[in-house]
Ligand binder design. Structure first.
Ligand code: HEC
Ligand code: HEC
Ligand code: HEC
Ligand code: HEC
Ligand code: HEC
Ligand code: HEC
Length: 396
């Protein structure tokens, strides 16, 4: 192998970069004086001293490189630590060839490991990207608390698509009689499902497909499979199919009321549920299995006068909200049911509090500023109540 001095210097710079960025915290107490000196020479850019060090320690080099490899490949090492150690091993092996006419196999061994680790990391990142893509649609949740038990049975994690369910059921059907409105909080299991609880309240062969039937396992255990695509790109939607489901579950689906027969979408390209209600194109159920929606709908609207200088006020419609969800999801824990008693701050939404309990998770995202900040005194509906909490607060 023909190595040029510039290649050696280039590698030296790469290793120095890692040393500079990640600092000396990687250096372990038991590391050899040789290794310490080698890294020191890098930091000070002393190529001269490095060549002397490599030549003087010719006999030790194979051991040094192997011990770096062993340390790098310890299972508890993360990707950065591992690549850092392998980079040093690579640099030592490279210089050993250059200055000592040393063993090329040593370098090949390190190179091979680096390539493998890089490929593994790339695959891992791609896997994570895929999961992120699956959850792109608001409310598409991957359920994988029992990941290991599912893997043992050769099953993928479960994809729960809120968007398909809310076409036929209001949130109040599930929250919180069937499911607590918090991810991972329900201890969902196949045994409970097969007893007719949780998903099994509907996936029992009566309201929807049976979770007990062997051929249906992969309809839910679908994450990472090509069949999951229609749930992610919304192509699962088909007007006739939705009409069929609606008539089976006792809800309504009326594509004939949709302009051009098309599903109304919001600015982000997701279903506009408020519009579907406005044009009376659907009628999701508010209760199932003989229970009743006892809390009902409240008609008032509350205007939040904005303290922002660049955005309009926000109108909160009780009607829209209490049609979907129960009063008890908001009152009294999230909002005091009293006009002017709540001061809303955007910062809380990003933490999943206040309006962000639903917006940005299942309801449209808080990034769609103008969908909330769109009211002036001119377009205010008659009888709207006014929350002055923010504008009435003393100037800071
Ligand atoms: C058919 C049942 C069902 C319906 C209908 C339903 N959900 Fe859910 N929801 C779930 C399940 C299942 C989970 C996840 C629970 C878990 O992981 O344990 C969940 C979780 C949530 C969460 C928790 C998110 C988090 O990050 O913790 C929110 C918020 C939520 N739903 C809002 C809604 C809203 C708003 C509606 C109506 C527009 C709705 N859901 C309708 C079943 C439902
Ligand atoms: C309606 C959707 C649905 C269907 C259909 C379904 N499952 Fe599940 N299954 C779930 C959910 C949700 C979980 C809990 C996932 C989690 O949070 O880890 C689960 C968990 C599991 C687990 C993990 C261990 C346990 O006991 O909970 C196994 C194993 C499993 N299912 C097997 C099956 C088999 C076999 C079938 C087909 C006969 C099937 N599932 C059909 C939704 C479904
Ligand atoms: C309130 C009733 C209800 C509950 C509870 C419910 N589902 Fe569903 N689910 C439906 C209906 C209705 C459909 C529409 C499909 C059909 O019935 O033909 C559906 C469709 C689905 C689909 C679309 C896949 C397909 O092949 O059609 C998935 C995935 C799914 N449900 C998973 C779940 C999981 C997981 C749970 C529990 C965490 C759950 N569902 C709880 C009623 C329900
Ligand atoms: C789900 C509805 C909703 C969305 C979406 C939303 N806001 Fe707000 N925002 C509110 C409410 C309610 C208040 C309290 C009244 C007020 O001060 O405007 C508020 C307050 C504010 C305030 C003043 C108080 C504070 O917290 O700083 C600013 C600035 C603001 N929003 C900016 C934004 C921007 C920028 C976006 C988009 C990234 C946005 N909002 C999206 C509901 C929303
Ligand atoms: C999505 C959350 C949410 C839901 C669901 C909800 N509310 Fe409210 N409610 C609010 C907010 C926000 C305010 C504003 C309080 C303020 O001005 O600070 C409010 C204010 C109120 C008030 C005082 C203002 C008024 O309208 O007279 C009452 C009473 C009230 N709610 C009752 C209810 C009842 C009853 C239900 C169910 C039918 C309900 N709310 C459902 C969020 C909600
Ligand atoms: C419990 C869940 C929940 C909470 C909390 C919540 N929302 Fe909503 N909101 C919804 C749902 C569901 C919709 C229907 C649209 C959707 O799902 O994208 C909605 C719709 C809206 C709309 C109607 C948008 C339109 O197109 O007309 C506005 C405005 C809004 N919310 C503002 C707020 C504000 C402001 C708060 C906090 C004071 C809040 N929401 C809290 C669930 C919630």
């Amino acid at each position: 192998m023909q190595l040029t001095i510039s290649y050696v210097v280039q590698r030296a710079f790469i290793v120095m970069f890692f040393v500079a960025v990640f600092g000396v915290s990687y250096l372990r107490a038991e590391e050899s004086r040789f290794r310490k000196q080698f890294i020191e020479n890098y930091k000070t850019n002393s190529l001269q001293a490095q060549s002397i060090l490599i030549k003087q320690n010719k006999d030790k080099i194979a051991d040094e490189v192997n011990s770096l490899i062993n340390e790098a490949m310890l299972p508890e090492k993360n990707y950065q630590d591992r690549m850092y150690l392998l980079d040093i091993a690579n640099a030592i092996a490279t210089m050993n060839i250059h200055w000592n006419n040393g063993d090329e196999e040593l370098l090949k061994k390190v190179d091979k490991l680096q390539k493998e680790e890089f490929a593994k990391e790339k695959k891992k990142i791609e896997g994570l990207e895929k999961l992120k893509e699956t959850e792109r649609v608001p409310g598409n949740f991957i359920l994988s608390v029992r990941k290991e038990e599912m893997a043992v049975r050769g099953l993928s994690p479960v994809l729960y698509p809120h968007w398909i369910h809310r076409a036929f059921f209001r949130c109040k059907v599930c929250h919180e009689d069937i499911f607590i409105m918090k991810r991972g909080a329900n201890d969902i299991s196949q045994a409970k499902i097969q007893e007719g609880k949780q998903c099994g309240a509907c996936h029992n062969g009566a309201i929807s497909f049976n979770a007990n039937a062997q051929e249906n396992c992969v309809r839910c255990h679908i994450v990472g499979k090509p069949d999951a695509k229609p749930l992610v790109d919304l192509s699962y939607y088909n007007p006739n199919k939705f009409k069929e489901i609606a008539s089976r579950v006792g809800s309504e689906w009326k594509p004939e009321n949709m302009p051009g027969g098309k599903l109304p979408l919001d600015k982000m390209g997701f279903v506009n549920w408020v519009e579907l209600d406005k044009i009376k194109a659907f009628g999701p159920r508010t209760a199932i299995n003989g229970s009743q929606d006892t809390e009902g709908v409240r008609e008032t609207s509350i205007l939040f006068e904005t303290s922002s200088t660049f955005l309009k006020n926000v109108l909160f419609s009780h009607k829209i909200h209490s049609t979907w969800v129960k009063c008890s999801l908001c009152h009294p824990n999230v909002f005091k049911p009293e006009l002017g008693a709540n001061m809303i701050k955007m910062i809380e939404m990003k933490d999943g509090k206040s309006c962000g309990r639903c917006h940005g998770k299942v309801a449209f995202t808080y990034s769609d500023c103008l969908r909330c900040h769109n009211y002036t005194n001119e377009n205010l509906p008659e009888g709207a109540l006014i929350n002055r909490a923010i504008t009435a607060a003393p100037a800071q």
